[in-house]
Design a protein. Structure first.
Length: 274
C-alpha cells in the first residue's frame, strides 16, 4: 500500500488562511477530498493522512468527518489545545475517535523556547497511553530545541514533519544535517520525506538539489523510520502531485523492494495505525 503521509484540505477563507500570501495565490481556493482523490489515482497512491492546517478544534472535527466519508483518507493528524488545563480530558475524548491518529501544533510559528514550556510538556505527557502520535513541525534552527523536547518524553511516538524544514533554497545543508542527525538518534522519532520542494527554489529546483537531503535522511533514520508525504496542496506552488511521487520513486528505485515498501507506505501504516 502506497501512503501519502501528509496532505491538507480546506475551504478557503482569507481571514482563516492569512499565511497563504500573494506568491501562493494559486492556493486561494477550496481543496476537498475529491480533488485529492484525483491526484492520488493519477500518481498510484492508495491511502492518505490528512493533517491540520488551522489551529482549531472545529477543523479537527471537520477533517474527521471528511475521513469518514472518503475511503482514501485513512487517518487524521488534528489540532487540540495541548497546553490547556482541560487537555487531559479533551485528549481522552479524542482518543476514542478511531480515525484520529495524532496531533500537531504549528511550532514553526512560535517563539524560541516554546517546546520547553511546562504547560505544553504537561499536555504531551497526557497523550501517553492514548496511541496518538505527535507531529513535530519546526524549522531547521528549532531542531535542537525539538531534540530536548523529545528527550523529555521517551515513551511518546513523534513524527518529524518535512525533514525539519531545512532551508534548501539558501543552502542550509550543513547546519541542518548536524542537528537532524542528532535528533535521528532518538528511536521514538520517525521522519517525513515531505515539504522539500517548497523549501527549495520554487521555480528552479532540481532533483539533485533535494537528493542529498534525502540521502542524509536515509542514513540517519533508515528506511524503517521514514515515510513519504506530499504536503499537497501547498506542494503545488513548486511541483505537481504526480511529479513529487515520481521524484521520490527515482530515489527509492535503487533500494530493495522491502525498503521501498517501508518508505512509500509501510512506515506510515505502522506509525499511524492505518
Amino acid at each position: 500500500m502506497r501512503v501519502d503521509a501528509h496532505h491538507h484540505l480546506w475551504r478557503y477563507d482569507a481571514g482563516e488562511y492569512g499565511w497563504i500570501d500573494e506568491p501562493m495565490r494559486a492556493l486561494r481556493r477550496d481543496f476537498i477530498p475529491a480533488d485529492l482523490e484525483r491526484e492520488m489515482q493519477a500518481a498510484g497512491v492508495d491511502a492518505a493522512v490528512a493533517v491540520q492546517a488551522r489551529q482549531t478544534m472545529e477543523e479537527t472535527r471537520w477533517l474527521l468527518e471528511l475521513a469518514k466519508e472518503s475511503s482514501a483518507i485513512r487517518g487524521v493528524v488534528g489540532w487540540a489545545a495541548i497546553a490547556a488545563d482541560d487537555f487531559p480530558a479533551v485528549v481522552e475524548e479524542l482518543a476514542q475517535e478511531p480515525l484520529l491518529k495524532g496531533l500537531r501544533h504549528v511550532v514553526q510559528a512560535e517563539p524560541a523556547g516554546f517546546l520547553d514550556g511546562v504547560e505544553f510538556n504537561r499536555g504531551i505527557e497526557a497523550m501517553r497511553g492514548t496511541g496518538l502520535v505527535y507531529d513535530v513541525l519546526v524549522f531547521a534552527p528549532q531542531i535542537e530545541e525539538a531534540t530536548r523536547f523529545v528527550d523529555r518524553h521517551p515513551e511518546q511516538q513523534f513524527v518529524l514533519d518535512h525533514l525539519g524544514k531545512p532551508s534548501i533554497a539558501k543552502d542550509g545543508f550543513a547546519v541542518w544535517a548536524k542537528d537532524f542527525r542528532e535528533l535521528a538518534l532518538r528511536e521514538n522519532v520517525v521522519c517525513k520525506v515531505s515539504g522539500m520542494v517548497t523549501e527549495a527554489d520554487w521555480e528552479q529546483w532540481r532533483e539533485e538539489d533535494l537528493k542529498r537531503y534525502f540521502d542524509v535522511a536515509v542514513e540517519a533514520f533508515g528506511p524503517s523510520r521514514l515515510m513519504v508525504g506530499s504536503d499537497w496542496p501547498v506542494l503545488m506552488v513548486a511541483c505537481s502531485y504526480k511529479k513529487w511521487w515520481e521524484t521520490v520513486r527515482s530515489w527509492t528505485r535503487q533500494m530493495s523492494p522491502h525498503e521501498r515498501e517501508l518508505i512509500e507506505g509501510g512506515v506510515a501504516a505502522r506509525i499511524y495505525r492505518l
